[in-house]
Each structure stands twice: as C-alpha cells, then as structure tokens.
Design a protein around this ligand. Structure first.
Ligand code: PAD
Ligand code: ZN
Ligand code: ZN
Length: 376
C-alpha cells in the first residue's frame, strides 16, 4: 500500500471555507504529496474548537479559501524525503506549534513558543506554497494544521507520534482544547495545592483548566459562565461552585472578592473577550495573584488596563497550547490518558460523521456542545 503511493496526488473530501461569514462547503480537493521533511496524514477524528469558529465569524483573520480544524488524530499515510521521526502507519496528533529543539524557545525549559515557525501563520508550508487545491485554486491551511479534511500535509516538526492503541475519537482533544486548558493550569499558572482558582468560560478549554487545577490540588475552584447549562459539567470535572455574571450587577472580580474573602490566587480567561481578560486579572489577589490569558481575543482588539492592577504585585501571563513542548509532551499526555489519569467523558458531548460538520458548529453556537468530535 505504501510503495510509491506517496508520489501521487490524493483526491478526497474536505470542508472548505471560501470566505468569512460563509457556510463551510464540503468539496472534492486534491492533496499534493509531502515534500522533503513533510508528512501526509489520513485524518481519523477531529474535534471542533472555538478558534475554528472565530475564523468563520471573521473575528480571526486568515487567508481564504482555507481548510479549518486543528484538533485531530490521524495515521501517517506517506512521508517526504528526510523524515526520520515518523513513518507510514504511525498514529499521530498533528500540532499547531512546532518543536524544533534548536531555537531559543525550545532550548529554554520554560515556554513552548518554538520560533521555527512564525506566529502569523499565513497558511502555507515552509516553501511558501500550500498542498491543497480545489477547483483549480490553491487552498490555505489553518493554524499550521488543517484537519477538516480526509488528508492533510504538514511539517515533520508539527507531528507527534502517539501510542498506537490510543482511541482516535478521544485523544484528538489532546491536539488542542484539553492540552491548552490543562497545561494553562499546570505549566503556566503552576497552580499550588490548597489554592483558590477561578475560571472564566466553561467550554472545552475552561473545563480542561478546571481539570488541571484539580489535579494540582486546588481546594476551591470557581467556574464562571453566562450560560448556566455549563455548570453541571464544570462541577463534575472539579468546580466547587459556579457563578453566572448575569445574576450580579457588579463585576465578577468584586463578587469573587466578597465570596472568597479576597483569596483567589489563580484566575484564567477562557472566553476571548477583552473585558473578561481584564476582569480575570482584577480577580486574582492584588499582591501575589496570577492571571492567565487563554482565550483568543479578536485580532483587531487592543486592551486598555489600569497599570495599578500590576503595580501591586499581580502576575499576568499567557500561553499558547498550554505551554507544552509539543513533540515531547503530547505523546506523554496520550500515555497519561491511557493510564486513566484523566478522561474526556465530560468534554466530548457529541460524536458525528465528518459530513455533519455544519450540525457540529450549530451545536457549538447554540451552547449545547462542549466538544463535538467528527469521525472520518
Ligand atoms: P467555547 O465557546 O466552547 O467556551 C467559551 C465559554 O465562554 C462558553 O461556555 C460561553 O458560554 C462562555 N462565555 C461567553 N461569554 C462570556 C462572558 N461574558 N462571561 C462568562 N462566560 C462567557 O470555547 P472553547 O472552550 O473552545 O475556547 C475558549 C477560548 O479559548 C476561545 O477564545 C478559543 O479561541 C481559545 C483557545 N485558545 C487556545 C490557546 O492556545 N490559547 C487554544 C484553544 C482555544
Ligand atoms: Zn483550538
Ligand atoms: Zn524551536
């Protein structure tokens, strides 16, 4: 099966977004063979993350037409020249952040923002061309990834080989939402045992933050969401109580001060709104609190804040993909899942075939799903 197949273009189905605010369109596309140091992957399962929706709504800009999706599991179908870390048949998670092991980010033990690829992903591979075409037009990739397609091509630096026995329809969440939230608590905030935490936004990322706070031994974890339907799941993964901002006239930072006696040490924003990013900062303890920005705000939005919020001693941090060193840490997170250190029973609310991708986005936008996993 693998022989010389790798030299051929593959024709397959993909969900193409031709422009912002348009419906996703299932199209026949061509996927070029991997070039040197690239890998072509057959996608098995892909989760839907709010970041994908940000592109559909126009809140996040990218080149069009584009294939979205960045939270998946797949099998290596073929490899280009020079690839040594994966081979055809390996089960993998495609990554949005590379790990080159050489740059100043990779050699430092803190942080994970590998400089091997520019932050502004312009939707092409390192030779400045893409590997997808549809109706004769080049189609860009998204988040250095693109997984709403039966096949994708990516750099070897953006592929993590995982346990062959891992269930693809579950561990795909380690490709974004789970790893992002769990790592924000464990790696970025470094939540301490007995601490008080507050999590703004109880979607897939927020629930994973709660799981990370709980695993770190936090004694009180307060979930905040304007949709009270999210509270039950938040409690079942570890929230000790939940607050709906709509029930309060004052900012949540003031509500938290009152109910905790001013003891919130760690706060997290997993919504992506400038106002909640600032209120989450104001919510952590003024002398020793830490607030982590996880939500992705619209690109054009700048944030104004009172410097006194930091002057008193607060720490304000951000993280991309939970701070994990991707190629090294993602296989370990999959092993932890296999060892039952955590499960995704509360995170995966729906499983649908790939051709029901529109239904999956409707469920997200109606606030009914946490994560929908598409099966190919
Ligand atoms: P989601 O839409 O499933 O969850 C967001 C939650 O926030 C929902 O439950 C909403 O009801 C709630 N919400 C909305 N507005 C408010 C408000 N004003 N106050 C309180 N709650 C509110 O999204 P998600 O969990 O998939 O992603 C959350 C954010 O994280 C989103 O901005 C996404 O783009 C970002 C993200 N960041 C990274 C990263 O690496 N930094 C990775 C993945 C996702
Ligand atoms: Zn994501
Ligand atoms: Zn690097």
């Amino acid at each position: 099966m693998h022989g010389k197949v790798w030299t051929k273009v593959i024709k397959c189905k993909a969900a193409v977004l031709w422009g912002p605010k348009q419906p996703l369109s299932i199209e026949d596309i061509e996927v070029a063979p991997p070039k040197a140091f690239e890998v072509r992957i057959k996608i098995l399962a892909a989760g839907i993350c709010r970041t994908d929706d940000h592109v559909i709504t126009g809140a996040l800009s990218t080149n069009f037409p584009v294939i979205l999706g960045h939270e998946a599991t797949g099998i290596v179908e073929s490899i280009g020249e020079g690839v040594t870390t994966v081979k055809p048949g390996d089960k993998v998670i495609p990554l949005s952040i590379p790990q080159c092991r050489k740059c100043s980010s990779c050699i430092n033990p803190n942080g994970n923002f590998c400089l091997a690829m520019n932050v502004a992903d312009d939707g092409v591979l390192s030779d400045s061309t893409g590997r997808f075409t549809c109706k004769g037009k080049p189609v860009y990739r998204f988040a250095r990834n693109s997984t709403f397609t039966e096949y994708t091509v990516t750099s070897e630096l953006l592929v993590a080989k995982i346990d062959a026995a891992a269930p693809p329809e579950k561990v795909c969440l380690i490709g974004c939402g789970f790893a992002t939230g769990y790592g924000a608590a464990i790696n970025t905030a470094k939540v301490t045992p007995g601490s008080v935490c507050a999590v703004f936004g109880l979607g897939g990322v927020g629930l994973s933050i709660i799981m990370g706070c709980k695993a770190s031994g936090a004694s009180r974890i307060i979930g905040i969401d304007t949709n009270p339907c999210k509270f039950e799941r938040a409690k079942s993964v570890g929230a000790t109580e939940c607050i709906n901002p709509k029930d309060h006239a004052k900012p949540i930072s003031e509500v938290l001060k009152e109910i905790t006696g001013d003891s919130v040490e760690f706060t997290f924003e997993a919504i992506g709104h400038p106002e909640t990013i600032i209120d989450a900062l104001a919510s952590c303890h003024e002398s020793h609190g830490t607030s982590v920005v996880v939500g992705v705000p619209p690109l054009s939005k700048m944030i104004a804040y009172d410097p006194m919020l930091l002057f008193t001693g607060r720490t304000w941090k951000g993280c991309c993909f939970g701070g994990w060193k991707t190629k090294d840490d993602i296989p370990k997170l999959v092993s932890d899942f296999m060892a039952k250190k955590f499960d995704f029973d509360q995170l995966i609310t729906h499983v649908l075939p790939f051709n029901k991708i529109h239904e999956a986005f409707d469920l997200l936008n109606k606030g009914e799903s946490i994560r929908t996993v598409l099966i190919f």
